[in-house]
Write a protein that binds this ligand. Structure first.
Ligand SMILES: Nc1ncnc2c1ncn2[C@@H]1O[C@H](COP(=O)(O)OP(=O)(O)OP(=O)(O)O)[C@@H](O)[C@H]1O
Ligand SMILES: [Mg+2]
Length: 247
């Protein structure tokens, strides 16, 4: 479903010079799979997800999403993806229900299905209590739920979620995790970044660790255990970062 090949993205920074935010990253993700992208702050996770979602252009390499190339068919790629990123604001004067309908229209969801889709998402994400309150009056967790529900309004085959549960309380995070597992059961392909190791261990079929823009490892928990000799993901993660620094 998603093939990432030799992906590179550099930034010019007046203080730091050339920053290789993503450096020769390659991996594949299948339908019905949850793929976790882990790495310390500044590792290149968000940049990788923005490249796949066509919000940024790569300086090298390529990505194919459901058969469409990000370099030659970015508009087609965007139709395949529901993308959540931390820096996407909500329209302050619109309510969650209006936001869902608005984005559904933008994504060309047939008018006859829009209300029903929005209602179903409001139910699934337990948003009934605040679905008709202006979004500038919502708490950060309520806004986050709205943003995540928004990624699903056009029922895309691919979900790309950058730290979806970062600001959420435990019960809300559970609801989001449940929805991510439902999406997997529906056959969606999900790439997901998080700093919460327990969550990655619980949700992800395969996990990749990225550091300084480079992929350090990619595999199932069992493969990561075999490669590092550690059991828990937090130990595996720290081990991979230390090895990287020693090399
Ligand atoms: N627009 C930009 N201009 C210059 N440098 C950038 C830009 N976007 C990202 N970078 C740099 O690229 C590197 C990777 O950043 P990125 O946001 O991808 O990290 P991350 O893994 O998502 O980190 P975090 O866990 O903190 O969200 C960092 O060094 C960052 O400063
Ligand atoms: Mg990030």
């Amino acid at each position: 479903m998603i093939q990432v090949q030799g992906l590179c993205r550099s930034f010019q920074d007046s203080k730091r010079g050339t920053v290789k935010a993503v450096d020769q990253v390659s991996f594949e993700v299948e339908r019905g799979e949850i793929f976790g992208l882990l790495g310390p702050n500044g590792a290149g996770k968000s940049t990788t997800l923005r490249l796949i979602s066509t919000l940024l252009k790569p300086t090298g390499g390529n990505v194919s999403v459901n058969g469409f190339d990000i370099n030659t068919h970015p508009a087609e790629v965007r139709k395949q993806i529901g993308f959540l990123t931390g820096d996407m604001g909500l329209y302050p004067r619109l309510t969650p229900r209006e936001i869902l309908v608005f984005f559904g229209r933008l994504a060309e969801v047939p008018e006859a299905q829009l209300t029903q889709r929005a209602d179903a998402l409001i139910d699934r994400f337990d948003m009934r209590d605040f679905a008709d309150t202006r979004s500038d009056k919502l708490s950060s967790g309520m806004k986050q739920k709205t943003s995540i529900a928004r990624t699903l309004i056009h029922d895309p085959p691919v979900l790309i979620l950058d730290e979806p549960t970062a600001t959420l309380d435990l019960p809300t995070a559970r609801i989001i995790e449940g929805n991510i597992l439902d999406a997997k059961r529906d056959g969606k392909c999900i790439i997901y970044s998080t700093h919460i190791m327990e969550e990655a261990e619980y949700l992800c079929d395969r996990i990749a660790v990225i550091n300084h823009g480079q992929l350090k490892i990619c595999g199932t928990m069992d493969e990561l255990r075999a490669a590092t000799g550690k059991q828990r993901l937090r130990e595996i993660f720290l081990e991979l970062l230390t090895l990287g620094e020693a090399a």
